[in-house]
Design a protein around this ligand. Structure first.
Ligand SMILES: [Zn+2]
Length: 65
């Protein structure tokens, strides 16, 4: 994913240039790299489970670490 593109998946992303990690949500668009302020590519590091789904998991006996 590149700077200016729409975010399709909530998650933690890392910029290709500086490996700066940022959280992007759906309906956001990818920003420039916060470290060097250049256009960059973003790679998904970790998908984030939305709070609503997290609550469902908790109801099912799931315990967050
Ligand atoms: Zn950078």
């Amino acid at each position: 994913m590149k700077t200016g593109q729409d975010v399709r998946e909530l998650g933690l992303y890392a910029s290709d240039c500086c490996l700066e990690e940022m959280l992007f949500d759906v309906n956001d668009s990818f920003s420039r790299c916060p470290h060097c302020s250049r256009l960059c590519e973003w790679e998904l590091v970790d998908a984030v489970v939305p709070w609503q789904d997290m609550a469902k998991l908790n109801d099912g006996g799931y315990e967050a670490a």
